[in-house]
Design a protein around this ligand. Structure first.
Ligand code: FES
Length: 101
């Protein structure tokens, strides 16, 4: 699936993967602002992204443990997800994610 990241510098970067998760994809492609400090176990929120509203239904909403983690982040909103909790499937093709501040 091709996934587009919008960075805080207003850059639009489209990358592709067929497996793994969104955090791993971002780290592998040096997407600025996504660090994945905890290695993808939902405990750091350095992989925070905002799903563009039109893609929320495809990507899905945050799980309960994910929401608990996001609540610690002041920039979280209803479109927030943790990248490491979004598994990449073909269904995500064309999705756009904004890197959280
Ligand atoms: Fe730490 Fe996603 S990489 S919460």
């Amino acid at each position: 699936a091709k996934i587009t990241f919008l960075t805080s510098d207003n850059e639009s970067i489209t990358v592709e993967a067929s497996s793994g998760n969104v955090m791993e994809l971002a780290v592998a492609n040096n997407i600025k602002g996504i660090d994945g400090d905890c290695g993808g176990v939902c405990s750091c929120a350095t992989c925070h992204v905002h799903v563009l509203p039109e893609f929320l239904e495809i990507v899905g909403r945050a799980s309960e443990i994910e929401t608990d983690m996001l609540e610690l982040d002041d920039n979280a909103d209803e479109y927030s997800r943790l990248g490491c909790q979004i598994n990449i499937t073909e269904a995500l093709d064309g999705v756009v994610l904004k890197v959280a501040k």
